[in-house]
Design a protein around this ligand. Structure first.
Ligand code: WT7
Length: 632
């Protein structure tokens, strides 16, 4: 049975108006969607954070408080790679598992405020470990499965994690991904910089892995021996819940810190609103838990709202195209949230494949991570949604905690490829280069005025960097790093990053991150990483490399290979460039900055219309670059 949306344009307008007229009262009322140990008496952040005097525990909100009314409802459906392996956990069972994990962590010496790193494939222990950390007041640091050992070591060192939860291996079709071995390498890289005392290993398969005496242990026997009751820690609303690394335009990835009360209010509020969450929904967000989408909309939003979430271990088209549609059909998924890259890849397989499946359970479709183009939007809406589902394009960021600009089913009229309108309490502004707000239908730099409950608290150990990155570029506004266009009806169309962040398949990669990694190759004197449009991935990564003078042809020939290997090793395979160009120099301003705008145009095959080149320190290089691109 298809339910009609909970909201109408009129009821939604009331919400928007209420949030505008009296935000303090509005958010205080919304905070009551959570169960507080001490309910907050104030909402808005006036210097001491959102819901400053409230106390709560996130795992209690996601589990315990549902036990009485929904203890036997399914909280989580896990679909393994094999069609036959399905695990269903009721709220009661998930609660027991989280408590057992919480006790194992406490017994392993993890204390309130400690950091616990989680590096796992798509198994239930990921969500369980996150909630267990929340239960005992430890911060989780989930590391994306695709990170290299170097990338893991950097994040373990920066976060000061004391314990790691990993798997023996991950399954990918017949392939085995060596999680534990990668972790061992990471832990061995610079042990003096790490605080990791214990490594707990989930056995995803029967594959045996070496365990280091005194440090490593298999998780299953510990969980089996642990009590399923675990006293939740009483947390302040402003205590950190987790730390998640994301790439910015400068230097090393930043540890974004999210809080407890504000974040969970935002996760619950936005999940209910944008996905029109209703009793009986089966919610499937395809994101890896290593990204913010996997935090807010795989785990916290659906569970805070007492929903049923689906976790799928496998890939979209394995063992054959159509696997995702099979999962939707088998589990009667109502809400399906994925990325434009995935939609484009599935679209390229044709309409006939999804046509073989019954997708009539679907009610809401969602897109996130990058702008969705018109063609992909239309295909998703018409072919997968059968033209009857709402398609919510949700714009947000790791730093915003949850969706900010999005369609709301039933309440907002869709417009293909537009993220549509801001959610209640979200106040976007478009600025010109000088920081002046622009009115009406214009394109500009997207900033957000004021705060909202889900906004990140800070950058781990570097609040000054948080200020300079987000709050100082345009004083009085939160700077998103994105550009956007607003039409005459106030609808927003995100145009992409205006900083040096490249978005490949919804994965954020900093130019500086790539350039830093390459600076370690001896034969390279400098490099520049940029993104150019890519049909499937949204953006493709291009790297310009300047070799040292006097290298032999053999050395030059080996260089491209070294670039790829180095990026895979230092960052991860997901950041391996589309193309690597060896060039004599990089176009620079007189003050020595790489002119990325020019590098992008040249990489796109443009040969003229570059504007005034006389401001460059080395204008002659442009013709050389065009020649290099032409030859490749
Ligand atoms: C950047 C944030 C939000 C969770 C996943 C990515 C881009 C995100 C959209 C969208 C156009 C989008 C922006 C943003 N982005 N959603 N619906 N339309 N662009 O989180 O890794 O923090 O990346 O992703 O450029 O700044 P993230």
């Amino acid at each position: 049975m298809l339910l009609s949306p909970r909201l109408t344009p009129e009821t939604y307008k009331c919400l928007i108006d209420a949030a505008r007229q009296d935000p303090e009262a509005f958010w205080l009322r919304e905070s009551r969607r959570l169960q507080w140990m001490n309910a907050p008496t104030s909402a808005m952040d006036t210097g001491s954070g959102w819901f400053a005097d409230g106390t709560l525990n996130v795992s209690v909100n996601c589990l315990d408080r549902h036990l009485e009314t929904r203890g036997d409802h399914t909280a989580l459906i896990w679909q393994g790679e094999d069609t036959g392996s399905v695990l269903r956990l009721t709220y009661r069972e998930l609660h027991a598992r989280v408590c057992a994990m919480g006790n194992v962590l406490r017994d392993s010496g993890v204390k309130r405020g400690d950091r616990v790193a989680i590096h796992l494939p798509g198994v239930v222990e990921g969500v369980i470990a996150m909630l267990a950390c929340a239960r005992i007041g430890a911060m989780h640091v989930v590391l994306f499965g695709g990170f290299s050992a170097e990338a893991i070591a950097d994040r373990l060192a920066d976060s000061g994690a004391v314990l790691v939860i990993t798997a023996n291996v991950g399954r990918r079709g017949a392939k085995r991904i060596p999680f534990k071995t990668t972790m061992d390498t990471a832990l061995g890289l610079r042990p003096e910089a790490l605080a990791v005392r214990r490594v707990l290993v989930v056995e995803v398969t029967w594959d045996e892995v070496p365990l280091q005496e005194g440090r490593d242990a298999l998780l299953t026997p510990l969980l089996a021996a642990a009590s399923t009751e675990c006293e939740p820690e009483v947390m302040k609303a402003t205590d950190p819940l987790f730390l998640l690394y994301t790439s910015g335009s400068t230097g090393k990835p930043k540890g974004i810190v999210h809080g407890t009360g504000g974040y969970l209010t935002w996760a619950s509020f936005t999940h209910e609103l944008i996905f029109d969450h209703q009793q009986g929904d089966v919610f499937w967000c395809t994101a890896d838990i290593g990204w913010i989408t996997g935090h807010t909309y795989v785990a916290y939003g659906p569970l805070a709202n007492g929903g049923t979430l689906l976790l799928f271990e496998g890939m979209p088209s394995h063992p054959a195209p159509g696997r995702w549609w099979d999962v939707i059909q088998s589990h009667k998924v109502t809400t399906f949230y994925t990325s434009p890259t995935a939609v484009r890849a599935l679209m390229s397989e044709g309409d006939e494949i999804p046509g073989r499946y019954n997708l009539s359970s679907l009610r809401v479709l969602g897109s996130v991570g990058e702008p969705i183009n018109h063609e992909a939007w239309t295909w998703f809406h018409d072919v997968i949604g059968g033209g009857r589902c709402a398609l919510v394009d949700t714009w947000w960021q790791t730093e915003t905690g949850g969706a900010m600009i999005s369609l709301v089913p039933g309440a907002v009229a869709p417009r293909p490829a537009s993220a549509t309108l801001p959610l209640p309490g979200v106040n976007p502004v478009l600025l010109d280069e000088k920081g002046q707000p622009l009115d009406g239908a214009v394109e500009g730099i997207l900033c957000i005025d004021g705060s909202w409950p889900g906004r990140a608290l800070s950058i781990w150990k570097d609040d000054a960097l948080f200020q300079t990155t987000y709050l100082k570029p345009y004083p009085g506004h939160y700077f998103t790093g994105d550009g956007a266009r607003r039409d005459a009806d106030g609808y927003y169309w995100i145009t992409g990053r205006v900083d040096d962040v490249i978005n490949v398949s919804g994965h954020r990669i900093g130019s500086a991150e790539i350039e830093d990694a390459l600076s370690e190759i001896h034969d390279i004197s400098e490099s520049a990483a940029i993104g150019i449009p890519h049909d499937l991935k949204g953006q493709g990564l291009i790297v310009y490399v300047v070799p040292h003078h006097g290298l032999s042809d053999t050395q030059l020939a080996a260089l491209k290979d070294a670039v790829i290997k180095t990026i895979a090793a230092k960052v991860g395979r997901y950041a391996v460039p589309e193309r690597v160009y060896l060039v004599p120099d990089i176009p620079k301003t007189r003050s020595g900055k790489s002119v990325r705008r020019l590098l992008r145009k040249i990489a796109c095959g443009e040969t003229e219309g570059f504007g005034d080149l006389s401001t460059l320190a080395n204008p002659a290089i442009v013709a050389d670059l065009i020649a290099v691109i032409g030859r490749n």
